[in-house]
Write a protein that binds this ligand. Structure first.
Ligand code: GAF
Length: 379
C-alpha cells in the first residue's frame, strides 16, 4: 500500500488506516425507525493510506474499485446532488466535516478493500468511515467515535445519495473483537455484548449470494417512506415507540401493506432485545437460532426485502443443520448469515452451493464472519 501510494503521489503517506465491513446479526431496517440493531464488525476491511495536503484538493485512487488513476476533486466544489461516482464516499466526508465547522484541508488517498461489494456487508461504510477516521486523526479534530460515524453517514446520505440509517457506520467505527454491538439507534448508545462463537464451538457463516443490491435504488427509500407513513398514521414520532405487546390491535389501525411493514420493524427490534438478553445471560448462543429464522421470515413476508436467491440459501442452510439463518443488511439480495456448529460449516456451505445451483442462481461464496475491531490507525 505504501509503495503504491508513493508511486501515485510521489511521496510517502502520513499513515495507514483500516475500517471493517459488518454483518448485522438481527434487527433489519430498524435503525431509521429508532429501533435496536445488533451488528458485528468483520475482519474484512478497507485500508486507506493518506497524506494531508495544504490546499483544497482531494485526490483518491482505488485498486479495489478499479480506479488506479487518481480522481481529483476540489473540496469547495463538493455539493449535494453533485456526481463524484465512488469518490462521493470520500469527498463527502470532507464536505460533512466542513459543514460541522471543522478545519478541513485536502488529502491524497489510496484505497484497497477486501469487503465484498454489493453483498450487504457495508463496503461503502468501510470506505467512508476509514476515510473519516484518517482525516480526523491527521487533522487533529479529536472526534468521538459517534461523530466519526456521523461523518461517514452524512457522506453517504447527502453526497452519495444513499438514504441509510447509522448502523453500518457505527458498526465500522465501534466494532470490538469477540463482541456484538447492541445499538439503540434512538438514543445512539452502544452496549458491547460478548460474542465469542469459536469458544462455544460455533461459526457464523456469511454466504454471499452474489445477487446485487443497491441502497440508492428506490426500494430502500420506499421502505423508509412506508415506515414514516405508518408512524404518522399511528400518531408516533417513530415506530420504535409502538409497544410490541398487543401489537395486532395497535396495527389494526393501518391499511394492510403498512401494517405488515410496521409489524416487521417492531417485532425485529424486539427480537434484537431478546437475542441480546440471551447472549448477555451467558446462555448457549445456539438458542438465538430460532430468532434468526423468525427475522428472516419477517423480512420475506412482511417487509418483502428478500430475494428468491437468498431465500433459497436461508432454507438450505437450516435444512443442512444451521441453528438459524437470515439475510443480513439492506436486502434485495446480498448475504445470508448462518449459525452453525464449527464441524458442520463445510456441510452447510456445500448445501448452499448445491441449492443455488438447483435454483439456477449464482454460485455463492462462503466465509466465516469473525467479530473484529473497528476503524483504527494501523501505521
Ligand atoms: C443498509 C443501511 F445502510 C442501514 O442503515 C440499515 O438500514 C440496513 O440497510 C438495514 O437494516 O445497510
Amino acid at each position: 500500500m505504501t509503495a503504491r501510494f508513493r508511486k501515485l503521489y510521489g511521496a510517502a503517506p502520513d499513515g495507514l488506516w483500516a475500517a471493517p465491513g459488518r454483518v448485522n446479526l438481527i434487527g433489519e431496517h430498524t435503525d431509521y425507525n429508532g429501533g435496536f440493531v445488533l451488528p458485528i464488525a468483520l475482519a474484512q476491511h478497507t485500508a486507506v493510506a493518506v497524506r494531508r495536503r495544504e490546499d483544497d484538493l482531494v485526490r483518491v485512487a482505488s485498486t479495489s474499485m478499479n480506479h488506479d488513476e487518481p480522481i481529483t476533486v476540489s473540496l469547495g466544489e463538493v455539493t449535494p446532488g453533485g456526481d463524484y461516482g465512488w469518490a462521493s464516499y470520500l469527498v463527502g466526508v470532507g464536505w460533512a466535516a466542513r459543514r460541522r465547522g471543522l478545519d478541513v484541508t485536502g488529502i491524497d488517498l489510496a484505497l484497497d478493500s477486501n469487503v465484498p461489494v454489493g453483498a450487504g456487508l457495508s463496503s461503502s461504510a468501510a470506505i467512508s468511515c476509514g476515510t473519516a477516521r484518517a482525516w480526523s486523526d491527521l487533522s487533529g479534530w479529536a472526534l468521538d467515535q459517534e461523530t466519526v460515524a456521523d461523518l461517514g453517514r452524512d457522506a453517504e446520505n447527502e453526497i452519495a445519495g444513499a438514504p441509510t440509517g447509522l448502523m453500518d457506520q457505527l458498526a465500522s467505527v465501534c466494532g470490538r473483537p469477540a463482541h456484538a454491538m447492541q445499538i439503540d439507534t434512538h438514543a445512539v448508545t452502544i452496549k458491547q455484548i460478548p460474542f465469542d462463537l469459536p469458544a462455544a464451538g460455533l461459526s457464523l457463516l456469511v454466504i454471499d449470494s452474489h445477487t446485487q443490491h443497491t441502497h440508492a435504488g428506490g426500494e430502500y427509500a420506499e421502505r423508509r417512506h412506508s415506515c414514516q407513513e405508518a408512524a404518522l398514521q399511528l400518531g408516533v414520532h417513530e415506530l420504535r415507540e409502538v409497544p410490541v405487546a398487543d401489537l395486532a390491535t395497535t396495527l389494526d389501525k393501518l391499511p394492510p401493506l403498512l401494517r405488515r411493514r410496521a409489524r416487521h420493524v417492531i417485532t425485529d427490534s424486539a427480537r434484537v432485545e431478546e437475542v441480546a438478553a440471551l447472549l448477555t445471560s451467558g446462555d448457549d448462543p445456539r438458542r438465538i437460532g430460532s430468532l434468526l429464522n423468525a427475522s428472516h421470515a419477517s423480512m420475506r413476508d412482511d417487509f418483502e426485502i428478500t430475494a428468491p436467491s437468498v431465500d433459497a440459501l436461508q432454507e438450505a442452510a437450516v435444512a443442512a443443520g444451521a441453528y438459524g439463518a437470515r439475510m443480513t443488511g439492506g436486502g434485495f439480495g446480498g448475504s445470508v448469515i448462518a449459525l452453525v456448529d464449527r464441524e458442520r460449516s463445510e456441510t452447510v456451505a456445500q448445501a448452499c452451493v448445491a441449492a443455488a445451483a438447483a435454483g439456477g442462481f449464482a454460485t455463492p461464496s462462503v466465509f466465516e464472519g469473525v467479530a473484529s475491531g473497528g476503524a483504527a490507525r494501523v501505521r
